[in-house]
Design a protein. Structure first.
Length: 183
């Protein structure tokens, strides 16, 4: 009787053998022996067990205890709730980290894009003011032996870099929108 009642009451409280053993200042194997009927606690220990399990010594020793399934479900539900909270906090932390990464990358890419566009526009203005010869961007300067053509720059080489920066900015904006908190 004691072994069955002890086991049912311990489980109804949601305690493991180890947790009950810690509360009673004994080793887990002692609780296991009590529940298997291999040994019996002394009278003083019975009082401590009854107090920890919120019951009486009479119930521990003789009265049959019916397992309360609702308390088992409540214990499981409480543990699941704690796990869900931990999972939600971890997901929220990950979301914030990814959002910060997307914001940082987007800001850098946007800054680079603006800087490159300004340089290309400035270069195009300079080239137009000096004069173009064909499709290449050249400037004509006077030399000791006559006019000399010097290649200033090619604007088309920068368009690829600008396109990549624009794509990174767009990807960062999409990432920021995807990591937005759903209210």
């Amino acid at each position: 009787m004691l072994s069955d009642n002890l086991k049912k009451l311990r489980k109804a409280k949601g305690l493991s053998q180890e947790e009950l053993a810690v509360k009673l200042n004994v080793v887990r194997q002692t609780v296991s022996k009590w529940e298997q009927g291999l040994s019996v606690p002394d009278s003083e220990m019975l009082l401590h067990i009854a107090a920890e399990l919120d019951t009486t010594v009479n119930v521990l020793l003789g009265e049959t205890v019916v397992a309360d399934e609702s308390s088992d479900l409540k214990t499981i539900a409480a543990k699941l709730e704690v796990l869900n909270e931990q999972f939600a906090k971890r997901n929220e932390t990950r979301r914030k980290v990814w959002r910060a990464i997307f914001i940082a990358i987007g800001a850098l890419a946007l800054f680079s894009l603006i800087q490159m566009v300004i340089k290309v526009v400035w270069l195009q203005i300079v080239i137009n003011s000096v004069g173009n010869i064909g499709d290449t961007s050249t400037a004509i300067i006077g030399g000791a032996d006559g006019p000399t053509s010097i290649l200033v720059a090619t604007v088309t080489a920068r368009y690829g870099v600008i396109a990549v920066a624009a794509i990174v900015v767009i990807a960062a904006i999409v990432g920021i929108c995807k990591t937005k908190r759903n209210s």
